[in-house]
Design a protein around this ligand. Sequence first.
Ligand code: NAX
Length: 331
Amino acid sequence: AKDAVRVLVTGAAGQIGYALVPMVARGVMLGPDQPVILHMLDIEPAAEALNGVKMELIDAAFPLLKDVIATTDVVEACAGVNIAVMVGGFPRKEGMERKDVMSKNVSIYKAQASALEKHAAENCKVLVVANPANTNALILKEFAPSIPEKNITCLTRLDHNRALGQISERLDIQVSDVKNVIIWGNHSSTQYPDVSHATVTSSSGEKSVRELVADDKWLKTEFITTVQQRGAAIIKARKLSSALSAASAACDHIRDWVLGTPKGTWVSMGVYSDGSYGIPPGLIYSFPVTCEKGEWSIVKGLKIDEFSRAKMDATANELMEEKSLAYSCLN
Ligand code: NAX
């Protein structure tokens, strides 16, 4: 039998945590033959609720779940973890300045970076979900210099999946027949959902989404804004933010990263920019990537038209601005 993989979920008593931990325990993240040990971290005010989640995990009798650690101690939470899914953070509350929210998250991610660096297993893979996701991941990278930068990523897979969903609804086809959309940039409303290279597979072969949708105006306006604003639409409908779709996307992100993307398919991940596509190095930016043997690589050589260029740069500019705001919180 395989050795158990230790998976850390921070903010585990929260909404996404509650949807995510059963998925991990069922093998949705790492596969149906991979035993797991869950490490769940939350803060003191949520300690009792966290313990309730642990009780439910025990009650669910998941065969793959070998142990559960529920703690408010960040060192205990990080000890020996192979995968870290960072969902815990400080939410923006009404009346709060952007700088104040940034400052709270910078201090959380700075502290958790050090704990991961010191106590996680070697080669631990990190996925930051909590907002501002790209910038939290960047802070984590800066304060965990011994963790290779390729091991630190943020979640834009939810946006990617939302884009697939919108195309499949529009064309009235199965979502599994659509692939290779791209989310460029920040996990925020400046993200650029791009279908320039997306395709649909049918019995007659592969066709481009552009050709099938035919309505270029819809693709350049409503499609983009629907994906960008989907989080707000969910809040309006549910009075709560996306949770099951976010948890599912986090599983997709880690599964593809660890087990590989299917041949001919790419996915979107927020990764440390190497300057590809003219995106400034030093940002965590969402790119199209393929994964093999536990490593992602940015898909190179895609043609970028003027429309895309402007949108890719706009979201990069927002990330540079967030980065300087984050750095101003450090002093
Ligand atoms: P909740 O408020 O339900 O849960 C957050 C949990 O984090 C709480 O239990 C809280 O006590 C805990 N927490 C706070 N500070 C912590 C710390 N220092 N260490 C450990 N735990 C801590 O929020 P939820 O709806 O679960 O969303 C979690 C985060 O995901 C938010 O930042 C949210 O904005 C972000 N999202 C990111 C998405 C993405 O695609 N990247 C999409 C969904 C979601 O909006």
